[in-house]
Design a protein around this ligand. Structure first.
Ligand code: ZN
Length: 104
């Protein structure tokens, strides 16, 4: 992982994508971890920094947002061979209707 210094330019998903890194998102309640390519996450989150990534997700198992954390994952000597990566295959937009009761 590259050193990130205070006052240094921000290091975002596009930088991680350029450097060949992955993003690991873990739910600490369920101990479930998924790994993502930064380019896929840019589609969802935009070019955000590491601390902001987890806020865009919800655990698929327990539904929690607050127990998620994100971290960079770097390849060292091919130790990522065989790693299971979650790829973005599409984005669906869901329409949600908000109702309000009124008295005539
Ligand atoms: Zn969970």
């Amino acid at each position: 992982m590259p050193r990130i210094r205070i006052g240094a330019p921000r290091y975002g998903l596009s930088d991680a994508n350029r450097d060949g890194m992955l993003v690991k998102i873990k739910c600490h309640a369920c101990c479930i971890t998924h790994c993502y390519r930064p380019a896929d996450l840019i589609t969802i989150c935009g070019d955000v920094q590491l601390a902001e990534i987890a806020g865009f997700f919800r655990c698929e198992s327990c539904g929690s947002k607050v127990t998620l954390s994100a971290d960079w994952l770097t390849a060292r000597g091919g130790d990522l061979n065989g790693l299971r990566i979650r790829r973005l295959v599409g984005v669906r937009l869901v329409r949600v209707f908000d109702w309000k009761d009124e008295t005539l």
